[in-house]
Design a protein around this ligand. Structure first.
Ligand SMILES: [Zn+2]
Length: 425
């Protein structure tokens, strides 16, 4: 009997990946679009459809049920109407909608969704989460027929050599979290510095739990894409550099927020390797970084906080973790306090049962006072998600809160492990 169960268990992944083979080829389809609007509304406009050479994602977990992101893309097999792929994600446009400028200006941002390359016609449905209800609302749908030779661009525009930074176990992208490191502000003569910085990235990244104990679950590739000039834009100081993916400080009005709106260049460079997550390593000593869920992360190479920036930003980009600090951002209505936020490490106590209630020792008061008595205890501490009131974090200290701390709190660690399992199991 035990033998039979073992055989059946072995068959499960085979059957599930047969589902992948039924609908998909082992490469990527990318749909570029413009996401336009203002503080109160958004619209999707298709730009172009591109074939990319690798698929870095899971072949088993094709439906994303986290709902951590502000957006959701759903891919349906057109003939049968079957949902064959979905991914939740957030974007810089979505954050921009919460800053003052968006109250009076309409803007458009280039964005992309990627999914395994379909064998037959598909319908792509773009959804935006409603601020009022927290539910995804369908905004736009688009049909793609992969046999349409004129529609899908096959020329990979920016081809660069790729450097293997880390290979976990057998290195099979289908069972690993694949990180692609994209350089920004490294010239051709600084590519050896970039390689060294990638080794430093690896050492720092795997220096923090739960990454230390999950080294074998990750692959890291780096694309050797040089920039014309060294360094990066600092608009408020009049410094402008011609770099390969155009990162800039002062994104959304915040000096340390180091992001890019050149989505197409970024995706073209990233496409040189299989990836689940994009990390832009910026050649600058100035403190800065950023991370958006299933979008991309950035961090600098030579600031003394570089290692902590990497894991903090990757916490946002990979595991959908929220910031556990108060203030420090230019956002209005980033969260709706009447709803339970999607972030696994922030709660409004509206529906705390789905969060970390099971990790709290009996007898711990809720909310928990931030006193010495509860210093290293999981609790519910007021102040999180930039807000001093009504939003709560799991521990007094965590790397998602501040950098005097040396580790992630247990709630953040559990969320990261869960996400590693989504990509690897
Ligand atoms: Zn935490």
């Amino acid at each position: 009997m035990r033998k039979l169960i073992a055989i059946l268990l072995l068959l499960v992944p085979v059957l599930v990946s047969a589902q992948f083979d039924k609908y998909f080829e082992n490469r990527t389809m990318r749909v570029d679009y413009f996401h336009a609007g203002d503080a109160s509304d958004d619209t999707y406009y298709i730009d172009e459809v591109i074939a990319e050479p690798f698929w870095g994602g899971s072949k088993v977990n094709l439906i994303d049920e986290t709902n951590f992101g502000k957006y959701l893309v759903k891919v349906f097999d057109k003939a049968s109407g079957t949902l064959i792929y979905s991914k939740s994600y957030s974007t810089l446009f979505g954050e921009w909608q919460t800053v003052d400028e968006a109250k009076s200006v309409q803007k458009s941002f280039s964005e992309s969704v990627v999914f395994p390359y379909p064998k037959a016609a598909v319908t792509i449905v773009f959804c935006t989460k409603s601020f009022e209800t927290g539910e995804y609302v369908e905004k736009y749908s688009y049909n793609i027929d992969p046999s349409d030779k004129c529609l899908i661009k096959q020329d990979n525009r920016h081809k660069y050599p790729v450097f293997e930074v880390h290979k976990g176990g057998d290195g099979d992208a289908a069972h690993k979290v694949d990180i692609v490191i994209v350089p920004d502000g490294y010239t051709a003569s600084q590519m050896s510095l970039f390689k060294k910085d990638c080794e430093k990235f690896k050492k720092e990244f795997f220096g923090y739990e739960p990454y230390t104990s999950h080294k074998d679950d990750f692959n890291i590739h780096a694309v050797l894409a040089p920039s014309e000039e060294s360094g990066v834009d600092e608009p408020c100081r009049g410094i402008w550099k011609n770099t390969v993916v155009s990162c800039s400080y002062w994104s959304l009005g915040s000096e340390r927020y180091l992001m890019t709106t050149d989505n197409k260049a970024l995706r073209d460079v990233a496409a040189n390797a299989p990836y689940d997550q994009i990390y832009i390593l910026v050649n600058s000593p100035k403190y800065g970084g950023g991370g958006i869920y299933n979008w991309y992360c950035t961090g600098v190479n030579s600031n003394k906080m570089a290692g902590k920036i990497i894991v903090h930003e990757f916490g946002h980009g990979f595991a959908g973790l929220g910031d556990e600090y108060v203030g420090g951002a230019e956002y209005n209505d980033f969260y709706n306090k009447k709803l339970e936020p999607a972030d696994p490490n922030v709660t409004t106590l509206v529906n705390f049962d789905v969060k970390w209630k099971d990790m709290i020792e009996p007898g711990t008061p809720i909310p928990t006072p931030a006193t010495a008595e509860y210093k290293d205890k999981v609790g519910v501490y007021e102040g999180a998600g930039y807000m001093s009131k009504d939003f709560y974090r799991p521990m007094q200290d965590c790397l998602m809160n501040h950098f005097q701390c040396e580790s992630f709190c247990p709630v953040c660690q559990r969320a990261i492990v869960k996400m590693i399992e989504f990509y690897t199991k």
